[in-house]
Design a protein. Structure first.
Length: 89
């Protein structure tokens, strides 16, 4: 009986942990502050400021791939953060 309870508790804990990961909100490139952009892996203060400046000068991003138009963001960096970002109006 204790083993069943232990296994059930383990499954509940795993599902709760997985739910927290999946529930994490993505960062919207069109509304994120410089501070929010800096929370992305590999995005420092200078790159975050460049993203915000590009958005201010050229308008809203229409796709996540538009991020490669920002100086300092290449395909490799975009691929590293792709799952953590989104574009919405």
């Amino acid at each position: 009986m204790k083993i069943k309870h232990l296994i059930l508790s383990l499954f509940v804990a795993i599902f709760m942990f997985a739910g927290q990961i999946n529930a994490a909100d993505r960062i919207n490139l069109n509304s994120a502050s410089v501070e929010q952009l800096q929370t992305l892996s590999g995005i420092g203060a200078q790159t975050a400021a460049a993203i915000a400046a590009y958005r201010d000068e050229h308008g809203l991003f229409t796709t996540v791939d538009d991020l490669t138009r920002v100086k300092g963001i290449g395909q490799k960096k975009l691929n590293a953060i792709r799952e953590a970002i989104e574009v919405s109006q």
